[in-house]
Design a protein around this ligand. Structure first.
Ligand code: KG4
Ligand code: ZN
Length: 383
């Protein structure tokens, strides 16, 4: 079963070919970072236009990298939500057109389920023409699993009973973890996207130099990061200089005009402290949820899952809670499968083949919480 998957929910134009839900035949991601950088964040209208330009070459490349044509594809899959409406539309329309022209079924995929499903992919790209051993033992995460889903728009703790069967335990009450990284990076004058830049700036910094708050929200698996952001703002305030002059009045979009910061801003220590505060709460809460539910594994999903400090902190927390061993196994997607990509959409599509249709009438769902996904029968479509 070969699935051509397409993803355009935010600022990456991506296409991939995934076989049997686990094997990546090709994965192409065209990043729009350069397009949005000068605005300090994603500009939805620019994102949609960027997808229009990139979508055809990205899909062509995904097929040719896999050594395949549309004739070899069994099903087309596309992210239908959640995400930016204009951005989603580009991928959905491309997918509908391709599927209709080739007479293939189309399956709409929830982007968040895609992030979870990234943990089921074998993290390598199989070169064209290479036979793969589908019986090779690459075990998927043991179930039930606690999933810490942390992306630019979501921070959730989910009990994954089986592929497609979820129980929500916690969510953010304000900013998502990725959003906290992005806003923190903007305050520190580091730019966009924030997560990788904070991680880089934090290297060698002293995380204990500044006292930054953690919102533990006792008796809850929920998160809150807005207080941390305000605390960082207060620490930075004394180092701020007046804003730089803006772009000309006829610039197409209101430009991001960062306030300049004094050269003696302790960027590295602040970034390290800020990162430590975010990952502390994420790790402690995810591990507590795993302990309470008796989960057999702890899986990470979403762009923030790429954060090295988070991975380290989770390992430390598991060792602290299970000093004698016996902690749930930790499962991380490979770094290239943490941030937005289409291979993960192909993996989730393999769980949702029952929802594929030949009507090609799928619409975008910019707001589509995981909780509104139809639960799958236990294990249906699971590898
Ligand atoms: O999953 P993703 O690629 O897109 C969404 O679905 O939102 O996540 C993007 C988020 C951004 O907020 C970005 O700053 C964050 O993931 N991110 C990271 C790292 N790499 C990406 N955050 C912390 N550390 C990283 N290394
Ligand atoms: Zn994402």
């Amino acid at each position: 079963m070969k699935i051509l998957a397409i993803e355009t929910s935010c600022d990456e134009t991506a296409a991939a070919v995934v076989e049997d839900g686990r094997w990546v035949r090709s994965s192409v991601v065209a990043s729009q970072i350069a397009l949005h950088q000068r605005y300090g964040g994603v500009v939805p209208e620019l994102a949609a236009r960027g997808h229009v330009t990139a979508i055809t070459p990205v899909i062509r490349t995904a097929l040719s990298d896999a050594g395949l044509t549309m004739r070899d594809i069994d099903t087309v899959a596309v992210t239908t939500g959640p995400g930016l409406a204009g951005a989603l539309l580009v991928g959905v329309n491309a997918a509908k057109g391709l599927a209709a022209a080739a007479g293939r079924p189309l399956v709409g995929v929830n982007h968040l389920e895609g992030h979870i499903a990234a943990n089921w992919l074998v993290p390598e790209v199989i070169p064209p023409g290479t036979a793969f051993d589908a019986t090779r033992d690459v075990p998927p995460p043991a179930l039930p699993a606690i999933c810490l889903l942390v992306s630019g728009g979501h921070s959730e703790i989910i009990l994954v009973e089986a592929p497609g069967r979820y129980r929500h335990l916690g969510r953010t009450r304000d900013d998502a973890a990725g959003e906290a990284f992005d806003k923190g990076a903007r305050l520190l004058g580091l730019g966009y996207p924030g997560g990788p830049l904070i991680q880089l700036a934090a290297a060698g910094g002293d995380p204990a130099r500044f006292d930054l708050p953690r919102a533990w929200l006792p008796d809850s698996h929920d998160f809150s990061f807005s207080g941390l952001k305000t605390a960082l703002l207060r620490l930075i305030e004394p180092y701020r200089l007046p804003a730089e002059p803006g772009p000309p009045d006829d610039a197409p979009f209101p430009a991001h005009r960062p306030r300049r910061l004094r050269d003696d801003l302790p960027v590295s220590d602040l970034a390290a402290g800020y990162q430590a505060a975010v990952v502390d709460v994420l790790a402690v809460k995810a591990v507590a949820a795993a302990r309470e539910t008796g989960a057999r594994s702890l899986v990470l999903a979403g762009g923030v899952a790429a954060n090295a400090a988070l991975r380290q902190r989770l390992d430390d927390e598991l060792a602290a809670v299970w000093p004698g061993g016996g902690a749930p196994a930790v499962h991380y997607p490979a770094l290239w499968l943490c941030t937005d990509n289409a291979a993960m959409i192909g993996a989730a599509a393999s769980w949702r083949l029952g929802g594929a249709t030949r009507e090609w009438t799928d619409d975008v769902r910019p707001r589509w919480p995981l909780a509104e996904l139809l639960p799958l029968e236990t294990g249906v479509g699971s590898p």
